[in-house]
Write a protein that binds this ligand. Sequence first.
Ligand code: SF4
Length: 204
Amino acid sequence: GAPITAASVDPLSAHFPLCMRSLHMTLRKNNHLKHFGRLQYSLFLKGIGLSLDECIVFWRQSFRGYTDDEFNSKYKYNIRHVYGDVGGDVNRRGRGYPPYSCQRILTESAPSTGQTHGCPYRHFSVDNLTALLQTTGVHDKDILRGVKEDVEKQRYHIACNRVFEWAHKAEIKKVKEDGSWNQTDLDTIVHPNTYFKRSYLLKT
Ligand code: SF4
């Protein structure tokens, strides 16, 4: 498809898993994200194919109310670091760090008050999780009940897959019926970038 640019992120966010949608919505609401949120989101955006230059444009435009000097001195370096454009580790030059897997997001540095990184299925209260799901169009009572049961059993990524399968029900049925996808194409999702890619391929 067409190259992914800073301007593509808003429309593409419909395909993002809840962790990244939550970051995106918070960024749009506050025109700012804290450090770990920027890190988790920048790595994900790199993983969907946003180039370093476009990623800098994306954050620059998103951080309204900051001057170019403030933006450049406070935030730009970390974005370049994510992409391996700067930093001490020569082995990562030009590549930077890999996007975080669900496992890593679920188990590392839980967000404290005011932070929005992490996995909403794990790190949000059930009430806040339900409200967030409803904001993204998940209103089905059976799905919301299933999610609640999953998270009570600490099966967070199962909850995420449940929502994915529900949101892509028609498309999954179609690719199964016409044989264009097999079961391995529909394995349990354990990486936010897999969630995006699969959603994008199914819906477009
Ligand atoms: Fe994101 Fe993985 Fe949590 Fe889904 S299970 S919201 S992809 S961290």
